[in-house]
Ligand binder design. Structure first.
Ligand code: UDX
Length: 437
């Protein structure tokens, strides 16, 4: 099939490459020329494991191209809308300007019988509004909402082997045609017995926001338990292992630490609360305010922990923050706990060095006033405290004996509960973890 992907960020670039891998003829569109030049040269514009290889593979076969000109997408049978929905400045609500602009641009080009499939995370009600607009702009075209659940760092695999496919489609013949087109797109994935659920627009939009809200709630739940553990001397990791063995609960997303960040969970729960308010259903989601508050408190807690360990003052203390990305295997620093803790430590007078295998360039753009050091040995050399905030293997699998020779004080705060504490203590380190005695 001929497919276009509008928006080539973390979601769209991977989606475009994955659709070409499924055998389609794909064109990726973005307004950012630099990004398009990179992609055209098979260079991933951000760090995502496996993406560069996938781009080279599919571009070699001629099935993937990129352009800044939306008219180049006019021929496609299916147009995937993959633009960002960031948080509005000074508000909780999502900023829909890129969705609206991308949608209108493609709606002016789309041929009759073709489909726009929205992938962006949008407030419930958006798809119905866009469908009404489309029925005026191009009555012969259709709209579906087809949310995406990929995790950064696993995006290629999550796109090619998703847990499920969600189709939000209208009733009637247009909905039936949209379903057939999406099935044609995802034929290989469906043949692998991937569950496919069809529903109305509103439910499909809510599947995405409620899934992210559930995940955020699960993380904040275990972080709330970490606060109780800190108040009682209990161990949150043992607690998580124990409750996680109940398969109604499950161990995944019960890692306590400095909390969640990134371009999705924080802004999605806020946008969801804002939307519920507009719908007169804000009471249903007041718990998400607590989820957000617990999450933000963990950042303050880790700063407090370091201050306590350094004798009550951070002034002039050389601290190395291990990690800048919001999670390992990503260079994304959007709402990154590591970066916000680094900035907070610096504000309180510490001399902070940030190190990260992939995210330093992005981090420097956000907080140019922090010091950045790519070389790990240089970064930790002479430090009076290390703080692990992104659990990259380079940090969690480091040799504590060798590192003890490099630092000035062997003190490490594990903000992700990712270290083998006994091993570090045996090597002479003083280790503090979050929610653990
Ligand atoms: C998330 C959803 O998982 C994905 O389905 C959706 O499409 C986009 O948002 P992503 O933001 O890539 O994906 O990262 P995810 O792996 O969910 O982690 C989010 C944050 O939670 C990270 O900062 C991570 O460090 C943190 N986290 C995760 C925890 O603090 N504890 C956990 O147990 C799991």
């Amino acid at each position: 099939m001929r497919i276009s992907v509008i928006g080539c960020g973390y979601l769209g670039a991977v989606h475009a490459a994955a659709m070409a891998k499924l055998g389609h003829d794909v064109i990726g569109i973005d307004v950012d020329e630099r990004k398009i030049d990179d992609l055209q040269a098979s260079k991933a514009p951000f760090f995502e494991p496996g993406l560069t290889e996938l781009l080279s593979e599919v571009q070699g076969s001629g099935s993937l191209s990129f352009s800044t000109n939306i008219a180049d997408a006019a021929d496609a049978d299916v147009h995937f809308l993959c633009v960002g929905t960031p948080q509005r400045k000074g508000e909780n609500a999502a900023d829909l300007r890129y969705v609206d602009a991308g949608f209108r641009a493609i709606a002016e080009q789309i041929k009759p019988g073709a489909l726009i499939a929205g992938k962006s995370t949008v407030p419930v009600g958006t798809a119905a509004r866009l469908a009404a607009e489309l029925s005026v702009l191009q009555p012969g075209a259709m709209l579906a909402w087809n949310p995406e659940f990929l995790r950064e760092g696993h995006a290629v695999q999550d796109t090619l082997s998703p847990d499920r496919l969600i189709y939000g489609i209208p009733d009637g013949p247009q909905g039936q045609r949209a379903l057939e087109l999406l099935d044609d797109v995802y034929r290989q994935i469906l043949d692998a017995d991937t569950p496919r659920l069809t529903m109305g627009y509103e439910t499909a939009e809510l599947v995405k926001t409620s899934a992210n809200s559930f995940l955020a709630t699960k993380i904040s739940f275990i972080n709330a338990m970490a606060e109780i553990c800190e108040a009682t001397g209990a161990d949150v990791k043992v607690l998580a292992d124990s409750i996680g063995l109940d398969d109604r609960i499950g161990r995944k997303f019960l890692n306590a630490g400095v909390g969640f960040g990134g371009g999705c969970l924080p802004k999605d729960i806020r946008a969801f609360m804002a939307r519920a308010g507009e719908l007169g259903a804000d009471q249903a989601l007041t718990f998400l305010r607590e989820v957000d508050a617990i999450n933000m408190r963990r950042r303050e807690r880790v700063v407090e922990l370091i201050r306590e360990e350094l004798g009550g003052s951070l002034l002039g203390k050389r601290i190395t923050v291990l990690g800048a990305a919001f999670k390992p295997n990503s260079d994304d620093v959007r709402d990154s706990p590591a970066l916000s803790v680094g900035a907070q430590l610096q504000l309180l007078g510490a001399i902070v060095t940030m190190t990260d295998p992939e995210a330093l360039a992005n981090a420097r753009m956000r907080f140019p006033e922090l010091q950045y050091e790519q070389n790990l040995e240089e970064a930790i050399g002479g430090a009076e405290a290390l703080v692990l905030l992104t659990e990259w293997k380079q940090f969690t699998e480091a040799d504590p004996v060798a590192w003890a020779q490099l630092v000035s004080v062997p003190l490490i705060v594990d903000g992700r509960n990712a270290l083998d504490i006994d091993k570090w203590r045996e090597a002479g380190w003083h280790v503090k973890a979050m929610g653990r005695p």
